[in-house]
Write a protein that binds this ligand. Structure first.
Ligand SMILES: C[S@@+](CC[C@H](N)C(=O)[O-])C[C@H]1O[C@@H](n2cnc3c(N)ncnc32)[C@H](O)[C@@H]1O
Length: 251
C-alpha cells in the first residue's frame, strides 16, 4: 500500500500511481501499436504525462482534448507547462473542445483514451462522448477509458464516494453516479456499434492520510462540512482509491 501522509508527497505518489496504471493498460493493448492517439479530458495532465512517457515518442501525433470549463479552467495552463518541461510540446496538440465534438475535427485515430472523464458526465453526455469517440476512430481502432470503480471494498474507499457524491462543491453536471458502472458503459458502447468490449479491474493500492488527505479534499473541491463531519475518521483510516475499472472497446 502506497501511504501518502504529507501534502508534499502527493505529486510524486500520483505520478507513480498513474504510471503504473498506464503501463498496465498499454501492456494490454501493445499489439495494437497506436500511433495516432487522442486523449479526452486530459485536464492538468495527471494521466497524460505518464502516458506520453510510456509511449516513448513511438507515435505520430497525440491530441489532448478538454473543454476546460469551470472548475477546470486553470488546468490547461498546468498541462501546457508540464508538456514543455517534459519536452512533449512538439508533437502534442492541446485542443480546447467538448469531447462530444471530436469527430468533427479528428478522424482515423488508432486510439481514443480517457481517464476519469465519463464519471464527470451524466448518462446522455456519456452516450454522446462515446459516440464521438467511435466516429473519430479508424476501423479496428480502440476506445479505452479508465476510472475509479463505484464498488467499494472498505470504509476508506467508501469515504471517497461519500465526499464525491454528497460534498462536491462544484459538480459539473447533473450526474447521479460516482462513476457509471462497467455494465452501463459496456451496454452503451455496444449500442453505439463497438464490436469487442472488455472490462478489466486494476487495484493500485494508494491511501491518503493526515495532511495529504486534507490537501486531497481541497483538490477535489470538497465542501468543508465533509471535513467537519469525517475529520476523525479520515485521520484514523485515511481515504483510499478503489479499483480502476478499465473499458476496452474495438471499432
Ligand atoms: C476528473 S477530471 C480528470 C482529469 C484527468 N484525466 C485525470 O485523470 O486527472 C475530468 C476532466 O474531464 C474534462 N471534461 C469533462 N467533461 C468534458 C467534456 N464534455 N469534454 C471534454 N472534456 C471534459 C474536465 O474539464 C476535466 O479536465
Amino acid at each position: 500500500m502506497m501511504e501518502v501522509i504529507e501534502a508534499e508527497q502527493i505529486e510524486k505518489a500520483l505520478f507513480k500511481y498513474h504510471l503504473e496504471l498506464v503501463s498496465y493498460i498499454m501492456g494490454r493493448i501493445e499489439s495494437n501499436r497506436p500511433r495516432k492517439i487522442v486523449e479526452i479530458g486530459s485536464g492538468p495532465g495527471t494521466f497524460t504525462i505518464p502516458l506520453l512517457k510510456n509511449l516513448e515518442k513511438m507515435l505520430d501525433k497525440f491530441y489532448c482534448v478538454d473543454s476546460y470549463n469551470r472548475p477546470y479552467a486553470q488546468d490547461r495552463e498546468v498541462l501546457e507547462s508540464k508538456l514543455k518541461i517534459e519536452g512533449f510540446h512538439d508533437y502534442v496538440e492541446v485542443i480546447e473542445k467538448d469531447a462530444k465534438e471530436i469527430s468533427k475535427i479528428l478522424s482515423d485515430m488508432d486510439l481514443v483514451i480517457g481517464h476519469e472523464i465519463l464519471c464527470d458526465l451524466n448518462r446522455e453526455q456519456v452516450e454522446h462522448v462515446i459516440a464521438a469517440c467511435f466516429h473519430s476512430l479508424r476501423e479496428g481502432g480502440l476506445f479505452v477509458h479508465s476510472e475509479l470503480s463505484p464498488w467499494t471494498g472498505n470504509r476508506s474507499e467508501e469515504l471517497l464516494q461519500i465526499l464525491n457524491k454528497e460534498y462536491s462543491d462544484e459538480p459539473i453536471s447533473d450526474k447521479t453516479w460516482f462513476s457509471p458502472t462497467a455494465d452501463e458503459l459496456a451496454g452503451i458502447a455496444h449500442k453505439l456499434g463497438f464490436t469487442t468490449i472488455h472490462i478489466e479491474y486494476k487495484k493500485i493500492p494508494i491511501r491518503f492520510l493526515k495532511s495529504a488527505a486534507i490537501e486531497m479534499t481541497r483538490r477535489w473541491r470538497v465542501n468543508k462540512k465533509f471535513l467537519e463531519k469525517y475529520h476523525e475518521e479520515i485521520d484514523a483510516i485515511g481515504i483510499e482509491y478503489p479499483m480502476e475499472q478499465v473499458l476496452y472497446c474495438t471499432k
